[in-house]
Unconditional design. Sequence first.
Length: 335
Amino acid sequence: MASYSVEERANPNSLEYRLFFKNDKGEYISPFHDIPIYPVAGKNVFNMIVEVPRWTNAKMEIATKDPLNPIKQDVKKGKLRYVANVFPHKGYIWNYGAIPQTWEHPGHKDENTGYYGDNDPIDVCEIGSKVCSRGEVIKVKVLGTLALIDEGETDWKVIAINIEDPEAANYNNIDDVRKMKPGYLEATVDWFRRYKVPDGKPENQFAFNGEFKDRDFAINIIKSTHEHWTALVFKKTDGGEINCANTTVSDSSFCISQESAKATVEAEQLVVLAKITLDGQTKHELFSKQRCMGVQKLKHLFQCFYLPDSSGDGISLETLFYLEKNTFFCINSCK
């Protein structure tokens, strides 16, 4: 069976952090598009990409709009996002992630919920005993699903268990979760209902009054999202800002060579990284998006964005680093 590895770029808990995926040949791939939905054809076992290990708080996700879709931390208003510990829960209460080659189409009104899709791969809550690692690809048995309505969008939450879990044979449908883990499903509903409340948002709502649907229903939903993904990568529907670059879907016009994939990853290093301290607060700003440039242009951009009045009061610039033609440069500046 296929195996996968990950490659970290930058430090966790930073705006620059990325987790890229490789296949068993060490070649870069997209976890969204290149990891197959089924590890073995013809069986209702699914691949799951772990984005958030159980008990952790950093809101990590597959970057659907970035080339090769690395995992990165979600950002809102320039700040890294973390889920709060909503009593009595600690972080995410399952291994949380997504099934590859699925897409909840934002232009498709779900006939079950009456709401449009949330524009992401379908989410999975894995309930096994092992705390997985970020970026780990596991094989899961689907048990059921919950229909979260998140800010007016359909956001299915598939309940599943790692097939390598010691108790996996005892779980075959959603009722087995009720029997084997009393209170876990109720805790799941409570978690999804309240996890945004600490951020000042109202409680989330659910279709079916928060009732879990069974395995067969869940598998049909997954298959539907796989059909939407297929239309996406073959340009039969408009994906908007979704980045469909892949290295294995050979009939897709988005398929790129391994050389291009490697260049895409390396381009992440060819950016200007600036660490600015303004009034005692560290800020990562526009330079994380700027391609490498000459020293004078870099200084000019910094002057325009950070020193508009040319005074520099309250600003201290630590070392600016950037790469140009594979050569490492730094600019030391002071107030």
